[in-house]
Design a protein around this ligand. Structure first.
Ligand code: NAD
Ligand code: FE2
Length: 387
């Protein structure tokens, strides 16, 4: 059998796609008999935030705003939990990128389970109570956080960027409106798009890939290939935005199969050096393909076809070179980074970096090439090389 004997996936209960579909949210909350929403967003100036707040109030709901401006820390989330509880909220909405969605995901969970974020992130505390209703509305196209049960949090106590997760933390309802990403600046379009591509590629070659995750991953790769450059160079191209929003969502579904060496490096080092998550993924994606190529050759050939550069008359190795060239070309076209060096002020202690990786993502075992310190060092060396 070419896929694991046992596997499971967790899905949203409801997915609503289309223009202006946020208008359905008040009706959904009323149906669930909700009264007071903690409304998490990246900026209360965002026009859709104001529009949806007004719609919610007009239908009799109370709205408590909470801003999450950057990739969330323990304190950001714990503070949000305090507000949720002080205000007696009974549901959560996230309108924003992965940072906002991840923060809201944990806030609701903490509000009913008790404790601090760090208890679940570092001390293995178990989620025992189902979180309140959670509606996620992404405004970036990259993390797919609306489709996952995971939240990635920066721990300021030990400086680790680490995940926490539970099956019940996944959003109950997701609203995908591509128009919400029209205001994304090109650099964020590029970075988040590379994150979506990394999810799709890493999950597709993962040792835990299943026919389901492969299906989501391959479609996500095709959509990124068709739409990322268009969305970058013409931010108003709503069709390209739609393609990227779906790619991000499908990548989030696919990533259930687990992350590989690109994310194993990008998540902790992104946290360590303050690199936006998508940029960190962009830097490590080519190295991941080179390092894994002999361990997942045929899969990478399939990916080269999905990226439009596969040629059946060529060898597997030649197709993989075409794939790497295509990714390099894409990075250049959207000005996505391919080198770690500019983000580092000084050459780090390798032992320290390895320790950081080991304590965050170092337990992951589904990368095609077995994860060793040597592999981490090789990925690092490759990512430090300039083109
Ligand atoms: N939970 C998961 O499954 C998962 C997966 C991958 C990454 N992540 C995490 O998600 C976080 C990154 O999320 P992200 O890449 O979506 O970026 P983000 O949420 O940090 O947003 C990036 C920037 O874009 C701005 N922004 C967002 N939407 C906008 C819009 N429509 N118009 C204008 N500006 C907008 C935000 O204010 C922010 O400054 C990281 O912490 C990463 O580790 C989570
Ligand atoms: Fe990611």
């Amino acid at each position: 059998m070419k896929f694991p004997e046992n596997f499971e996936m967790v899905f949203n209960r409801r997915l609503i796609f289309g223009k202006n579909k946020i208008q359905e949210i008040p009706g959904i909350l009323n149906w669930y008999n909700k009264k007071k929403v903690l409304f998490v967003t990246f900026s209360s100036q965002f026009s859709t935030y104001n529009e949806l707040s007004e719609l919610l109030k007009a239908s009799g709901l109370e709205v408590v705003p909470y801003e999450v401006k950057t990739e969330p820390s323990l304190q950001t989330i714990d503070h949000g939990r305090d507000i949720y509880m002080e205000e007696n909220c009974d549901c959560t909405i996230a309108l924003g990128g992965g940072s906002v969605i991840d923060a809201a995901k944990v806030i609701g969970m903490l509000a009913v389970n008790g404790g601090d974020t760090e208890d679940y992130q570092m001390r293995g505390r178990a989620v025992t109570v189902e979180p309140p209703l959670f509606i996620a509305i992404p405004t970036t196209s990259g993390t797919g956080a609306e489709a996952t049960k995971t939240s990635v949090v920066i721990n300021n106590n030990n400086h680790l960027k680490k995940s926490l997760y539970h099956n019940t933390m996944i959003a109950d309802v997701v609203v995908l409106d591509p128009a919400l990403t029209l205001t994304l600046p090109p650099a964020i379009t590029a970075a988040t798009g590379m994150d979506a591509l990394s999810h799709a590629i890493e999950s597709f070659v993962s040792l835990n890939a299943t026919p389901l995750t492969e299906m989501y991953g391959l479609k996500a790769i095709e959509l990124v290939n068709e739409n990322l450059e268009k969305a970058y160079s013409n931010p108003d191209d709503v069709d390209a935005r739609a393609g990227m929003m779906l790619a991000s969502y499908l990548g989030g579904c696919a990533i259930t199969a687990g992350i590989g060496i690109a994310h194993i490096m990008a998540q902790p080092l992104g946290g360590e050096y303050g690199i936006p998550h998508g940029d960190a993924c962009s830097i490590f994606l080519p190295a991941s393909i080179r390092l894994n190529s002999e361990y997942a050759e045929e899969k990478y050939v399939k990916i080269s076809h999905a990226m439009g550069v596969g040629d059946s008359s060529l060898s597997n190795k030649e197709n993989i070179e075409h794939l790497l060239d295509r990714i390099k070309q894409l990075q250049k076209a959207i000005h996505a980074p391919s080198c770690l060096k500019p983000y580092m002020k000084e050459e780090p202690e390798m032992d320290y970096l390895i320790d950081v990786i080991k304590r965050t993502t170092g337990h992951i075992t589904c990368n095609p090439k077995p994860l060793t310190e040597e592999l981490m060092k090789e990925a690092y060396e490759m990512a430090m090389k300039e083109d």
